[in-house]
Design a protein around this ligand. Structure first.
Ligand code: ZN
Length: 198
């Protein structure tokens, strides 16, 4: 989490509430319940939710879903600069991968709900928001982009949603390709562990 206590406005809460609508829809689809919205100039221009099960693509986190939607609607000439006018509201701290993506796109700001204690990239595990991300093949010596972050908005609600999901399990979870043990219980446990990584 960011070291400095964050303050939030009613508008922040309104946008985060829309991210929660997405998270709850993800839960209803059997996905990890994380949702987000991307705001530009005070308006929501895209929503996103976790799609890793539906797409069988482990990188399709809520942030990636929303970024893909923004890219689909922007004219090409705006794609490289558009995100510097965008704020992301997401119910859970972006993971290391997503924090890198948000940094590469030069988002104006990220506001998140609960901390991601296992894989958070905005202060919980790594501080990609401070170091930036050079990208694959990027220049390691290039100074990173500093991503402005505020965290902790509606955090209790975000944790409750995630607990709901992990308490009931996920019937749509893909089975591991190579279970370590052949009995069904071991496979189920491995699937749950895989899910926790999303
Ligand atoms: Zn992520």
């Amino acid at each position: 989490m960011p070291e400095i206590a964050c303050t939030f406005t009613d508008l922040d809460t309104a946008f985060m509430s829309q991210a929660f609508v997405q998270a709850k829809q993800a839960l209803n689809r059997g996905e990890v319940p994380i949702g987000c919205v991307i705001v530009r100039d005070g308006s929501v221009i895209a929503t996103g939710s976790n799609l890793t099960n539906e797409t069988r693509n482990a990188t399709m986190h809520a942030e990636m879903d929303a970024i893909n939607k923004v890219n689909a609607l922007l004219p090409d000439e705006d794609k490289s600069t558009a995100y510097s006018r965008c704020q992301l509201y997401v119910t859970c701290e972006p993971c290391i991968m997503c924090a890198g993506a948000l940094s590469l796109l030069h988002f104006q700001e990220v506001v998140f709900g609960c901390a991601n204690d296992r894989f958070g990239g905005c202060g919980s595990i790594l501080s990609i928001h401070k170091t930036g991300c050079g990208g694959c093949g990027g220049q390691e010596s290039a100074p990173g982009f500093q991503l402005k972050c505020r965290g902790g908005l509606m955090a209790a609600e975000a944790v409750a949603l995630l607990k709901d999901f992990y308490a009931t399990g996920n019937p749509k979870a893909p089975k591991p390709h190579r279970p370590l043990k052949q009995n069904a219980e071991a496979s189920k446990e491995a699937a749950v562990e895989q899910l926790k990584e999303h």
